[in-house]
Design a binder for this molecule. Structure first.
Ligand code: BGC
Length: 413
């Protein structure tokens, strides 16, 4: 007891509890993500271990809300913001999604940290541009994920005589038909709205090419055009090879169909790489979505400093760890993504991640609406709603007109 009081006195901590001028500053950093299980949790845990080592006296508080792609977390975050109860820091995708928070005055300018931590020189200039609004930088990226990847169960494919990746969409559909003929009832594992949006985006990249696809989000490509109609036809063909309960499944449950051999393929971002390994299925195969060529559909998880954060000092230390080479090494090795920093050695990363690192260097970057880099949240919500109603009714013309109307609200010609 004497020793404890002596230490408390040395640290200037009041032994009388809170309520007087000597109340210690908060030492808990609430970190808000949607990473709660499998590879996502493994990534977060690795980052937390590094934070604990880098930031003595600070404690991590987990504010995670489950739900792939942040569907539930973002709703909860909006409510917390409205009642002025923000977490200290939260996960937000670089690009259009971040602009919502900046325009609403909900996150702080971090430009000075970029200078003192030397981040400008070690992050890709294009990524920094996506994090910058009106000359200020508002978040620290933790990674680069790739969305347009198909994951496979090689044993299921081999049983149907499929040993090489399909070279284009027609060949992919032919392979799905082979699986079906071999008795695999739902060859393509599908999940709810946003995962269907990922599939549609991948098909749009194939049918419109990377430039045509990116133009859908800038007003340069017409959502009402013939190529979008063609992509919807391809998308519909792909859906017909999927599980019928798709609208009720989040991505890990759809992934389970792949692991259990009930499906041969799943289109999913490369958080699946870490998740498949974490769930005891390291023998997965993968290929870039057929017809996407060198397009690398990217998204980046980044962390913010909330306006009104209770523990600014602790959050600064969290952000410093997130942006550090060691933080990015340990986090990404466990998360399936690759470091946003360009100076992290590739040792310790999985074969998939090593291939993604090479592709990121040589590929053509295209953004993702499902994962916030291409479109703001309200646009994404409108597109997800259009896909959900399409999933139950399947009228391609209505889907195309819903998608075009959603774009009209956001893109000014
Ligand atoms: C995030 C990833 C996450 C995935 C699935 C994406 O939007 O960028 O970090 O693993 O959603 O939840």
């Amino acid at each position: 007891m004497v020793a404890v009081l002596a230490v408390a006195a040395l640290l200037g901590v009041s032994a009388c509890g809170s309520g007087d001028d000597d109340t210690p500053p908060p030492s808990t950093v609430e970190v808000f993500t949607w990473w709660v299980e499998g590879g996502e949790k493994a990534g977060l845990d690795a980052l937390v271990r590094q934070f604990t080592a880098d930031c003595p006296g600070q404690r991590f508080e987990n504010g995670a809300v489950a739900g792939g792609a942040g569907v539930n977390a973002k709703r909860e975050l909006t409510q917390r913001m409205a009642r002025h109860d923000p977490p200290d820091t939260f996960q937000a995708h670089a690009g259009a999604e971040l602009i919502d928070y900046i325009d609403a005055g909900q996150i702080e300018d971090l430009t000075a940290y970029y200078d003192s931590w030397g981040l400008r020189g070690v992050l890709p200039a294009d990524l920094v541009a996506d994090l910058t609004v009106r000359g200020k930088i508002y978040s620290v990226p933790a990674n680069i994920h790739r969305a347009n990847v198909v994951w496979t169960n090689p044993a299921v494919l081999a049983r149907a005589g499929i040993t090489v990746p399909p070279k284009d969409l027609t060949a992919f559909i032919a392979d799905l038909a082979k699986l079906k003929a071999a008795g695999v009832e739902a060859p393509l594992a599908l999940g709810r709205d946003w995962t269907q949006l990922m599939l549609l985006e991948a098909v749009l990249i194939s049918d419109l090419g990377p430039t045509g696809f990116s133009g859908l989000f800038t007003g340069d490509t017409d959502w009402r055009g013939a190529l979008v109609a063609k992509a919807i036809t391809h998308f519909t063909a792909l859906l017909s090879y999927g599980n019928l309960d798709r609208d009720a499944l989040d991505w890990p449950q759809a992934e389970r169909l792949l692991i259990d051999g009930k499906a041969g393929y799943q289109l999913m971002g490369d958080w699946a790489a870490a998740d498949l390994a974490a769930k005891g299925f390291p023998g997965y195969g993968w290929f870039t979505f057929p017809g996407n060529g060198k397009a690398f559909q990217w998204s980046a998880d980044s962390f913010t400093l909330s306006t009104g954060a209770a523990n600014v000092t602790g959050t600064e230390c969290w952000l410093k760890t997130v942006g550090s080479a060691t933080g990015q090494q340990v986090f990404n090795a466990a998360k399936g993504s690759i470091p946003a920093r360009t100076d992290v050695p590739s040792t310790g990363f999985s074969p998939y991640q090593q291939s993604a690192m090479a592709d990121w260097k040589s590929g053509i970057p295209v953004p993702s609406c499902a994962h916030g880099s291409a479109c703001p949240q309200a646009w994404q919500t409108a597109v997800n709603a259009a896909l959900t109603s399409y999933s139950s009714g399947k009228d391609g013309k209505i889907l195309q007109s819903d998608l075009a109307q959603a774009a009209d609200l956001f893109v000014r010609p």
